[in-house]
Ligand binder design. Structure first.
Ligand SMILES: O=C(NO)[C@H](O)[C@H](O)[C@H](O)CO
Ligand SMILES: [Mg+2]
Length: 370
């Protein structure tokens, strides 16, 4: 499968209800910034990273794909995914300008496209190519009903609606004031009862003192995990928090390399591991983090920077993956949407990684690539 071309693309897709917010972001669209890799025998593979749909930043990624990564890939055998991952990750010029950041977001798009190609060429869904189904179901938890931009009464109604749709897990955003967030947490717990898992996500906003105060008030409500309680690189702070509270600590969506995860594992600063292929240079690096998490006997809940289009495959194929995030913004842009039925993600059937956009998506959501 000789690579003939590597071309970037940009889709900007509206979020639910036209605007959502967490403690540090408010967005109207999700950016699907990717690469289309075509082989000489006409097979096309698609991969993408996830952004907040700011075109200037998206163009840094598309330019990196077109001018830095494409020349490293054209003419290569697309099936050599691991060798090509290292060729990009250890390219001296790229490594010099960024071992984490734009380069790894761009790398993610091409690595996922190569896995998509490999699975399509084998005629199987990616989970099958990765070794087959290791579980009967992948339980979903719904994040799209828990945004900080949702008013308190609507938050409770949304949580009840999600449970009525069959979700057995939900996640609500925190990071406004401790008092308000505890009121919302208590109201949602009372509304959904004790059997639905209820996680909270702070997106790295608070300091340790504030997190300690929040956890003291939150513990009676059986919080499934506290996601990104502190700043993303603060290993020491997360370790202190993990020792001080009974609420499990979850993190990983903002980490770029397996080395970053290793430090959190080593310092016992994380209980739920949340790597994201759209940030870590693709499926290849995320699978290594899943292996290490499994060796530490830590459960994985892959972050939905891909809106679980690709991560549903990994979650069916890797024993460490326990639950998966549901955010439906972009699912209908793909020929096989990541769907949830009776609280679990449907097992994908189509060959590939679930990343092939529909013609309708190209027409409605494409944006200039430079
Ligand atoms: O934290 C998250 N999921 O766990 C979400 O990815 C973010 O809230 C969205 O990207 C909006 O910034
Ligand atoms: Mg999060």
């Amino acid at each position: 499968m000789k690579i003939k071309s590597v071309e970037p693309f940009v889709l900007h897709v509206p979020v639910t209800g036209s605007q959502i917010a967490d403690s540090t972001h408010s967005i109207t669209h999700w950016g699907v910034v990717g690469a289309r890799i075509e082989t000489e025998d006409g097979l096309a593979g698609y991969g993408f990273t996830g952004t907040h749909a700011e075109l200037a930043g998206d163009h840094l990624i598309t330019r990196c794909i077109a001018t830095c990564l494409a020349p490293l890939l054209v003419g290569e055998d697309a099936s050599d995914v691991q060798r090509l991952w290292l060729k990009i990750a250890r390219n001296p010029a790229l490594q010099w300008i960024g071992r984490a950041g734009i380069t790894t977001l761009a790398h993610a798009a091409v690595d996922v496209a190569l896995w998509d190609l490999k699975a399509k060429q084998a005629g199987v869904p990616l989970w099958k190519l990765l070794g087959g189904q290791v579980r009967d179901r992948v339980r979903a938890y719904n994040t799209d009903i828990g945004w900080l931009s949702i008013a308190d009464d609507k938050l409770v109604q949304g949580a009840q609606r999600a449970v009525g749709q069959g979700f057995t897990g939900i996640k609500i955003k925190v990071g406004s004031t401790v008092e308000r967030d505890l009121r919302r947490l208590e109201a949602v717990r009372r509304a959904i009862g004790p059997d639905v898992t209820l996680a909270v996500d702070g997106n790295g906003k608070w300091d340790l003192a504030t997190c300690l105060r929040f956890c003291r008030g939150a513990e009676p409500f059986d919080v499934y995990w506290f996601e990104e309680p502190l700043w993303h690189d603060d290993v020491k702070g997360h370790a202190q928090l993990a020792r001080a509270t009974r609420i499990p600590v979850a993190l990983g969506e903002q980490l770029y390399t397996q080395d970053a995860f290793s430090e959190f594992f080593h310092q016992e600063a994380v209980h739920w591991v949340q790597p994201d292929s759209t940030r870590m240079g693709g499926v290849s690096e995320v699978m290594r983090v899943c292996e290490t998490a499994h060796a530490y006997r830590l459960p994985v809940a892959l972050h939905a920077g891909d809106m679980s289009q690709v991560h549903v495959h990994l979650s069916y194929a890797h024993p460490a993956c326990q639950v998966l995030e549901y955010i439906p913004w972009i699912k209908d842009c793909f020929t096989e949407p990541a769907e949830v039925v009776d609280g679990s993600f449907r097992l994908p059937q189509q060959p590939g990684a679930g990343t092939t956009p529909t013609q309708d998506a190209w027409e409605r959501f494409s944006r200039p690539v430079a």
